[in-house]
Design a protein around this ligand. Structure first.
Ligand SMILES: CC(C)(COP(=O)(O)OP(=O)(O)OC[C@H]1O[C@@H](n2cnc3c(N)ncnc32)[C@H](O)[C@@H]1OP(=O)(O)O)[C@@H](O)C(=O)NCCC(=O)NCCS
Length: 191
């Protein structure tokens, strides 16, 4: 399986709406920009990897074919993008340094870090769960042994903490970053 090639996956969320989870493509520029621009400030504040702007969306779509970061999007029955999952091989130096203090063998090039974001109107409807279930399968297919979070999750973000715990992520420790107390959480994948 190629890193950048994942077949689209279809599922129904709470309420019965059909959602397609697929990789971001160059042609998504407008849709992806709209998704980002319409997120509330509260949601944007909880997502760490990059700014959530139309300009960023355009840049990421143009890079989609060449990037070593897999960007998956969820689109609804109107073909609007309503969810986004970053799945990244390159682990950051800051992540590796923190994990040196934990009893977990994180390996650059094998393990993955992720960052999810669901549009405000779709939060709490099972979309994040669908995206996580499929992300775990992708990680297993790619041979990862652990999934870690981009820069942890804010301790006060109870929804996200519950979400990760639901899928078996375990809290490693808390740390301070950009004025927030964050948790590192890790999912260990079975062989
Ligand atoms: C965190 C996020 C990805 C979860 O996705 P979601 O679609 O809202 O989550 P789901 O509806 O699939 O719910 C998954 C679990 O989260 C927890 N959860 C959902 N809504 C919750 C709420 N209002 N309060 C507490 N826990 C909640 C529950 O454990 C739920 O499982 P259950 O439905 O079996 O009880 C999404 O809410 C989001 O994008 N939030 C803003 C950005 C963000 O926080 N990203 C993560 C940064 S690390």
């Amino acid at each position: 399986m190629k890193w950048f090639s994942v077949n689209p996956i279809v599922s129904r969320i709470k309420g019965g709406e059909e959602i397609i989870f697929r990789s971001l493509e160059e042609g998504d520029e407008i849709n992806f920009g709209k998704f980002m621009a319409e997120l509330s400030e509260d949601t944007k504040e909880l997502f760490g990897p990059h700014p959530l702007t139309k300009e960023e969306a355009q840049k990421l779509c143009q890079q989609a074919k060449f990037s070593n970061t897999l960007r998956m999007v969820a689109s609804n029955s109107k073909n609007e993008i309503v969810g986004y999952m970053v799945i990244s091989y390159p682990l950051r130096e800051s992540q590796l340094q923190r994990y040196e203090n934990y009893d977990i063998d994180i390996i650059q090039g094998r393990d993955l870090c992720i960052a999810p974001c669901v549009s405000d109107a779709y939060q709490g409807k099972g979309l994040g769960s669908f995206m996580m279930k499929e992300t775990i399968k992708i990680a297993q297919d790619l041979g990862a042994k652990h999934i870690i979070l981009w820069q942890g999750t804010q301790k006060s973000n109870k929804r996200a903490v519950n979400y990760y715990k639901k899928f078996g992520f375990k809290i490693n420790a808390e740390f301070e970053r950009y004025g927030h107390t964050n948790y590192d959480l890790t999912l260990s994948l079975d062989d």
